[in-house]
Design a protein. Structure first.
Length: 182
């Protein structure tokens, strides 16, 4: 975890909060938010850190895309979420992105548990998790075994992942302000 310059923090907040609002309201993340965030993140890092900033941005973008794109391929995540996380990686670099990823996963997991409990879907969720694991273990995409496991299916419980990314990014910024050397 490293301290981000205030202008980078502001860009990160602008991108993730805008995406979260769209995702909550419209259930999608517009391409223009992710693309603008990525391009501005790269440009800002090049301006601040020159060639090192370019490589930091490209590594963050690449790692985020490498980790998130397979989730899109098995239809466990929407393309907008993949592009948003790739943009976040481009803004903060790979090492900081890993911290955001961990916080996003923790907050998303906690929110998912609360929603599943509130809707009384514990058994169905556990059965779905088992089916996902079995499908992946046999080298098949889960949505091919059960179409309800497709993120695009209207039957599953959907969580606006961009909102969880925003929570993870905000949590990261708070943690960095407290613990990262300035």
């Amino acid at each position: 975890m490293s301290y981000l310059p205030p202008i980078v923090q502001a860009l990160l907040l602008l991108v993730v909060v805008s995406a979260a609002i769209f995702d909550i309201r419209e259930r999608r993340v517009p391409n223009w938010i992710a693309l603008a965030g990525l391009l501005l993140g790269i440009a800002l890092n090049v301006f601040l850190f020159e060639t090192a900033g370019l490589w930091m941005s490209l590594k963050g973008f690449g790692l985020a895309f490498l980790i998130y794109f397979p989730l899109y391929l098995v239809r466990g995540m929407g393309a907008g979420d993949v592009k948003l996380m790739a943009a976040v990686g481009g803004i903060v670099g790979w090492a900081n992105w890993l911290g955001i990823l961990v916080l996003t996963a923790l907050m998303g997991g906690l929110a998912a548990v609360v929603i599943v409990l509130a809707r009384g879907r514990v058994r169905q969720t556990l059965e779905n998790i088992w089916m996902i694991l079995m499908s992946l273990g046999h080298g098949r995409a889960p949505y091919r075994v059960d179409p309800n496991l497709d993120v695009r299916s209207g039957k599953g419980i959907r969580l606006p992942h961009a909102a969880m990314i925003a929570c993870g990014a905000i949590g990261f910024l708070v943690a960095a302000a407290i613990w990262a050397p300035h």
